[in-house]
Design a binder for this molecule. Structure first.
Ligand code: ZN
Ligand code: ZN
Length: 324
């Protein structure tokens, strides 16, 4: 399925099977997660995607062929391809352990073709061996929702009272990791989304309510997965002195102005951008130790537009995944 023009639906196209270049592997795609970032790319909210483009950066597949010089994974291995597709290795960010901020980074399903397809190629150095015990459609959401959710959780520090705004693909995985770490979860959904609030309680949230409500106790940190700028002041108001508000998405509607007093008291607001390979290695080790219940709604590849619409409208319980 191909994006030819931002703002228009994906169209089915028959493409040549991609050939792995130097250092690359070719995978037969088994499953590919649908991430909110894909919506932003499709809508033209992120500048300069490769066009035409195959979306998708939560790819699980079987290695079919190694390109020249590649050999990290044997043919037949099941591996995952994340958003971070390539970095330069030489810029000040790459040289200081912050390859997620690389000036020249290339991203899967944005600068490079991704996994809304039957085949994909990827630089083997940025792929991950997957933890055993996860079916492809349940492993796929781990590659961005899980992984960038995990990076956001690390950015939340030691906070024990944790707020999650937007209880979709990422939050439903992060909530389980956070519970495993002994944190207390307060989940915020669209006002009136009782089904979403019930889902959050099933996954261990001790309180769930609308994003226009205040939690019963002030939060020590809040992670914003919903791309709604108005949630920044809402989360600051729900957060205790010294607390952190972490914006986990790649795009957000404008943040309305707010009085300084809700930031005062050493509260901070920051974003989380992309991932490093180290985040992935840490997260997949954790996912091997802690069995995560990944809730996946599976759509056939040809129904990718419908899957995107469902994610946009908040109609998916957990993650949407393309498979078959
Ligand atoms: Zn993503
Ligand atoms: Zn770099």
């Amino acid at each position: 399925m191909v994006l030819e023009r931002p703002g228009s639906p994906l169209v089915p196209r028959r493409l040549d099977r991609p050939r792995p270049g130097p250092g690359q592997v070719r995978l037969r795609v088994q499953a590919c997660g649908v991430c909110r970032t894909d919506l932003h790319v499709q809508a033209g909210e992120l500048p300069h995607p490769k066009l035409p483009l195959v979306l998708g950066h939560e790819i699980v597949g079987i290695v079919e062929e190694n390109g020249p010089g590649a050999g990290r994974f044997a043919p037949g291995a099941a591996i995952g391809v994340p958003w971070l597709g390539w970095t330069c290795g030489g810029c000040r960010f790459c040289r200081s352990g912050r390859e997620n901020l690389c000036d020249r980074a290339e991203f899967t399903g944005y600068d490079r073709d991704g996994g809304y397809a039957e085949y994909a190629v990827a630089d083997e150095r940025y792929c991950f061996a997957l933890p055993p015990g996860y079916a492809p459609e349940r492993a796929a959401p781990l590659l961005c929702a899980g992984l960038i959710g995990y990076r956001s959780l690390v950015a939340a520090g030691e906070a024990s009272r944790l707020g999650l705004y937007g209880f979709g693909a990422a939050a439903h995985i992060v909530a389980q990791v956070a519970r495993h770490q002994g944190r207390r979860i307060f989940a915020f959904t669209r006002p009136g989304d009782l089904e979403g609030q019930r889902f959050a309680r099933e996954l261990g949230a001790e309180w769930a309510g609308g994003s226009d409500e205040l939690p019963p106790e002030p939060l020590e940190a809040a992670i914003l997965f919903a791309p709604v700028g108005g949630l920044v002041p809402a989360a600051l108001r729900a957060t205790d002195k010294g607390g952190r508000v972490i914006c986990a998405g790649i795009h957000m509607s404008p943040i309305p102005s707010f009085p300084y007093e809700i930031l005062w008291g050493e509260r901070s607001v920051r974003s989380v951008a992309n991932l490093t390979r180290r985040d992935g290695e840490e997260f997949f080790r954790l996912a091997e130790r802690v069995p995560l219940e990944v809730s996946a709604e599976v759509f056939p590849l040809r129904r990718a537009n419908e899957a995107l619409d469902q994610v946009r409208s908040g109609g998916v319980r957990g993650a949407a995944v393309l498979a078959g």
